[in-house]
Design a protein around this ligand. Structure first.
Ligand SMILES: C[S@@+](CC[C@H](N)C(=O)[O-])C[C@H]1O[C@@H](n2cnc3c(N)ncnc32)[C@H](O)[C@@H]1O
Length: 236
């Protein structure tokens, strides 16, 4: 299902390759939910609280594995799995279309979708999704409006660059390497920000009860990174 035009509609789909080989072999609904970069443990879905009868959205859901877990293991009214990538959206529909209507894959840019749906959601969450790849000033502002008063935002994002370089002390993106669907090298924007920068952005967007936990990587290596787990509420 498509609600608004994805920002990447006219652009190359830089998420064409992501999760593709796993989708070929693993079509199961995950029996766990992880926020951390390595997806190997740490806090799980309990961070979101009891989702019974709540309207939820995953911002940058990819193949919707986290959303599928929530629908299968809790009783939300609906989880919208929003992704701007046509490849990721197609993967989510193919893997978890069977969980409709409570799981609803949406092909949309998160900023455009949230902007068009004020007061729609009880809970917004993101696991290394839109919060990392969309301008956080714009995303947080529309997220605050798309939440109902008192609604909850939870997101995981990088606490440092992959490999260990420190996060940015200001709202500044990096251009990180990416590949188009035909393999041509290019770059995409990624926001890797220090805790105090996220706190200020959330505050400016109208969030309250802001907390940011650093979850250190359990392993060391060139692909390891700390996770920041960001939590905040829309003012009630
Ligand atoms: C690293 S993947 C994470 C996917 C999924 N959350 C997971 O944990 O497997 C980032 C995803 O965010 C999506 N994304 C990035 N910017 C977005 C935006 N502005 N709106 C919607 N989706 C976006 C990408 O298309 C991609 O599927």
């Amino acid at each position: 299902m498509k609600t608004t035009s994805p920002a990447q509609g006219a652009e190359p789909d830089l998420w064409h390759h992501y999760g593709r080989s796993r989708a070929d072999t693993d079509r199961t609904v995950p029996d766990s939910f992880s926020w951390v970069w390595a997806q190997d443990g740490g806090p799980g879905a309990e961070v979101l609280g009891d989702l019974t009868d709540l309207v939820v959205a995953d911002l940058g859901a990819g193949a919707a594995r986290h959303a599928a877990h929530l629908v299968a293991h809790q009783a939300p009214a609906r989880v919208d799995a929003i992704d701007a990538s046509s490849a990721q959206h197609a993967m989510a529909c193919s893997l978890y279309g069977c969980l409709a209507p409570r799981l609803r894959p949406l092909h949309a840019d998160a900023i455009e979708h949230l902007d068009a749906h004020p007061d729609e959601y009880d809970v917004l969450y993101s696991v290394f999704g839109s919060l990392c790849f969309a301008d956080p000033r714009r995303l947080l502002s529309v997220a605050a409006r798309a939440l109902r008063p008192g609604g909850l935002l939870v997101a995981s994002t990088l606490g440092c660059y992959v490999g260990g370089a420190p996060a940015e002390p200001d709202v500044r993106h990096a251009d990180i390497p990416a590949r188009t669907s035909d393999g041509t090298p290019t770059t995409m924007r990624r926001w890797v920000l220090q805790e105090h920068v996220w706190t200020k952005l959330l505050d400016e967007a109208g969030f309250t009860e802001i907390s940011i936990d650093r979850l250190p990587s359990a392993t060391s290596g060139s692909r390891s990174a700390d996770t920041l787990l960001v939590r905040a509420c829309r003012q009630g």
